[in-house]
Design a protein around this ligand. Structure first.
Ligand SMILES: Nc1nc2c(c(=O)[nH]1)N[C@H]1C(S)=C(S)[C@@H](COP(=O)(O)OP(=O)(O)OC[C@H]3O[C@@H](n4cnc5c(=O)[nH]c(N)nc54)[C@H](O)[C@@H]3O)O[C@H]1N2
Ligand SMILES: Nc1nc2c(c(=O)[nH]1)N[C@H]1C(S)=C(S)[C@@H](COP(=O)(O)OP(=O)(O)OC[C@H]3O[C@@H](n4cnc5c(=O)[nH]c(N)nc54)[C@H](O)[C@@H]3O)O[C@H]1N2
Ligand SMILES: [Mo]
Length: 762
């Protein structure tokens, strides 16, 4: 009998009718009352709320109806009127909750009351806020601060993130892991070293002027649809778009902007990419080296230089080392590592040479790798060679994930901050006792959980145990904790793995009205182009027992901080402008551009932080933008696996489908990739399947091979033939996450190698 396959051909364009249909279904599925649907148009508008989807910047004068399907799904998911109340939890054990799928857990709806779990009773139950705070304080104060970790996901506001790090440090703890550790950490680290700022240098204005876009390791049609729309507009005005990706993602081959009526009627779009280079997983460093080698060849042969020697001379250092490295590296190894031919890489170099202004963007296809930092510094090398930083229509664009992940960092919610930041906090809150150490990041917290030296996890949003590598082991380790405290909008799997004492605290989301003493509060966020925006909810919360993140954090802070009276916790909780005044003080000499933070947001709704690199001011030790040369190296973990199993090893990348937001899975379909009704699939090259005698629809088990010898396996996945380079495979996050070793991470930043997993099919 022929095995059943969830694969179907999707002939429609990405975007287009499908996007409108999916957005409408999301409103319907989440039972959003019709009268509230118009409020969706308040997303990213002055007096509206910041879209809780991705962090791609938005146009100030965008049309009334925004066509971002993904943003609308994220909003519908948050605005749902469904609720998981006291009745739902009453008498349930963690085992009961674990029976539910991830989707079923979140589909219960918004959390509306604090929930307590105690190992002694074995069940969850609803409690009131005062009791919840008293328990958190009692349990936290029993622990040594260094054994506690405070995790933040990137959905919170600047105000909540600021209080979060203040609370942790005032309690005596610097362990502040955040979702950036799992995400763009290598981008910030790599860029800070070479251009002096760890953020992207582009604005939306640059998007409108760029002549060439090189999009590396990113799937914007699914994860940053507003960027996809901007690429589509750029293409229509004649700009070129090149893609480096193992997959020919649908948005690049066939996309229609849902706002284009003609395309909507014809159900047809355009090919946005001029070329897609199907690089091998982990092959980008080699590919970039190839492009640079080809660029030097072109420069050598051209009568007019293709490089911007004036810029290189005036602004950079290290040019010679990169040039020598480009001469030294041979085409054979570039081709072997990248999986691309020299003809392809020379073609890419020619496009680049011909473009007067180029933006290079990247996302997780670059950062979730062993040599992420080296690769990003090569992206920078390529940009510097043609002076593509600090020029209109050009720049480096690490496209952030969560809507406020960049802002959380600017607010110091991270394990490693500058001495100036601590000094400013001490000056802002005289007499407060703050821990000034460098604490544990996410992977080091996971080490601590495994070693039992981390005994409590606080989390401001997120789904730590599922987002983490080695997720089954991390979830299990959480149950060994003394205390877990989650401030969250909805229920997720991490909450089903409680510590001995556990609290789940229901919070307001971005779309909810946050009234304090009768006055509506607003919060702020920062997007990928460093624009800070005011955000105000528009929906009456479904329960009076949902409290805002700043209020919850401040109420815990006042109970656990040392010298708590030196910080005006409760006044800040009642008036967020006080928090913003403190933020402004703490940003002095740390982040330029925070002057009159509160007043400007009140007056203007948004403003952009200056980016020194974009003004060609280099805050590096040398005072110049730096070229950095790195040799090509094998990924040692892949090499180890190959030394044991030879060519049977495939390299696996774990991806998002079109219908999920990280660990929140909206449906089992991934329509752009033609996969329907099942997420437990492995996308493979057809020849690799033939070699293993596999056919479309076969069920397989997958195990990963690492030197630590730990058994990591996922079962009953379905193999699907797919256009992917030989030796490479893809599966969805988080279904395939149990295969990923937490101990194996990028050398510089300890970002997990979510996209470079050596696997065997069995
Ligand atoms: N709707 C929606 N929006 C989101 C999210 C979501 O889950 N849903 N998540 C948000 C978050 S937190 C983030 S970080 C971003 C994630 O946004 P993306 O980075 O676009 O998401 P991934 O699915 O991880 O996709 C990575 C892409 O990199 C490619 N890739 C994998 N390995 C390699 C490689 O070695 N080289 C190259 N060149 N390409 C590679 C994959 O084929 C895929 O196209 O999106 C944000 N926005
Ligand atoms: N295998 C694999 N693993 C990965 C990745 C991968 O590509 N592959 N990607 C990694 C990346 S890039 C990231 S950023 C991480 C994401 O890791 P996390 O940020 O930890 O995970 P999310 O799924 O975004 O968190 C979703 C949860 O946040 C809560 N939430 C939603 N909105 C709010 C809010 O407004 N306030 C509060 N307090 N809570 C809220 C809800 O409970 C929801 O269930 O995952 C990482 N894990
Ligand atoms: Mo992310």
């Amino acid at each position: 009998m022929k095995p059943q396959s969830p694969q179907r051909v999707y002939t429609h364009p990405a975007g287009g009718r499908g996007a409108i249909h999916a957005a409408i279904s999301a409103f319907y599925q989440q039972r959003i009352p019709i009268r509230l649907i118009e409020s969706f148009w308040s997303a990213n508008k002055v007096n509206g709320f910041d879209c809780p989807g991705c962090a791609f910047p938005d146009k100030p004068g965008k049309p009334l109806i925004d066509s971002c399907e993904q943003g609308q799904k994220a909003i519908a998911w948050e605005m749902t009127r469904k609720q998981a109340g006291a009745d739902f939890f009453e008498g349930k054990t963690p085992k009961d909750l674990r029976q539910l799928s991830d989707r079923a857990l979140e589909s219960q709806g918004r959390l509306v009351t604090p929930i307590l779990y105690e190992k002694s009773s074995g069940v969850y139950k609803a409690i009131d806020w005062q009791e919840a705070y008293a328990i958190v304080a009692r349990e936290t104060n029993k622990l040594t601060p260094s054994s506690v970790a405070f995790y933040a996901s990137g959905r919170s506001s600047n105000e909540a993130a600021f209080l979060w790090q203040l609370m942790a440090r005032a309690y005596g703890c610097a362990n502040l892991p955040d979702s950036s550790n799992f995400c763009h950490e290598p981008s910030g680290y790599a860029l800070k070293q070479v251009i002096g700022v760890g953020k992207g240098t582009c604005t939306l204005e640059d998007f409108e002027h760029a002549q060439l876009f090189i999009v590396i390791g990113q799937n914007p049609a699914s994860n940053h649809p507003r960027m996809m729309a901007a690429l589509y507009e750029a293409k229509k005005r004649g700009a070129k778009v090149l893609v480096l990706n193992p997959l020919k993602e649908k948005g690049f081959t066939h996309f229609s902007d849902p706002k284009n009526l003609g395309e909507l009627i014809r159900d047809k779009g355009i090919a946005v990419a001029d070329a897609i280079y199907q690089v091998r997983i982990g092959g980008d460093l080699a590919a970039l080296k190839g492009v640079i080698k080809a660029l030097f060849e072109l420069d050598h042969h051209a009568s007019d230089s293709v490089l911007d020697h004036a810029f290189i001379h005036a602004h950079t250092m290290g040019f010679e080392t990169v040039k020598q490295e480009a001469e030294k590296v041979n085409w054979e190894s570039i081709e072997r590592f990248s999986g691309l031919s020299r003809v392809q890489l020379r073609e890419l170099a020619q496009y680049y040479a011909d473009s007067p202004s180029t933006i290079i963007s990247w996302c997780m296809g670059v950062t979730h790798h062993e040599y992420a930092v080296e690769t990003i510094q090569y992206i920078n090398n390529l940009l510097l060679l043609k002076g593509n930083i600090g020029k209109l229509g050009a720049g480096a664009l690490p496209v952030r994930g969560h809507s406020n992940v960049q802002g959380d960092r600017t607010m110091g919610a991270t394990s490693s901050v500058s001495a100036q930041w601590i000094a400013n906090m001490e000056a802002t809150f005289p007499g407060a006792q703050l821990n000034a150490e460098q604490g544990r990041d996410a992977c080091r917290v996971i080490d601590g959980l495994f070693a039992r030296s981390i005994k409590a996890l606080f989390s401001l949003g997120g789904n730590f145990g599922v987002a983490a590598p080695d997720s089954p082991r991390v979830l299990e380790a959480l149950t060994q904790c003394k205390l877990t405290v989650h401030i969250t909008t909805k229920l997720n799997r991490t909450h089903c793995y409680p510590g001995e004492v556990a609290l789940i605290l229901p919070t307001l989301g971005r779309t909810d009205i946050d009234a304090r003493q009768g006055v509506e509060q607003w919060i702020s966020t920062e997007d990928s182009s460093s624009t800070i925006r005011r955000s105000q909810g528009i929906q009456i919360p479904i329960s009076e027992k949902q409290w805002s993140e700043p209020k919850i954090v401040a109420n815990i802070g006042v109970l656990i901080a040392k010298n708590a009276d030196r910080i005006p916790w409760l006044s800040m909780a009642d008036d967020y402008s006080l928090i913003r005044t403190c933020i402004e003080k703490c940003q002095q000499s740390v982040t330029p551009g925070f002057e009159q933070f509160n007043e400007r947001l009140l007056r203007e709704g948004s403003f952009q932080l200056p980016n020194l690199a974009a003004q060609r001011q280099w805050n590096t030790p040398s005072g110049r933008a730096e070229f950095r040369a790195h040799p090509l190296k094998e990924n040692e973990h892949i090499r180890f696996a190959q030394s044991r199993h030879g060519n049977d090893i495939l390299i696996l990348m774990t991806l998002r489908s079109h219908d999920q937001f990280n660990t929140t899975v909206y449906s089992d379909d991934d329509r752009y990739r033609g996969v329907f009704g099942n997420r437990r699939v492995l996308l493979m090259n057809e020849q690799d399947m033939n070699e293993r005698h596999l056919v479309n629809g076969n069920k397989i088990d997958i195990k990963s091979i690492y030197a630590d010898g730990i058994d990591r396996c996922v079962r009953q996945f379905i193999v699907l033939p797919y256009d992917i380079p030989r030796g490479c495979a893809a599966a969805y996050f988080p279904e395939a996450s149990p295969l990923i070793a937490a101990s194996v991470s990028s050398g510089h930043t300890r970002t997990p190698m979510y996209k470079e997993v050596p696997i065997l099919i069995c």
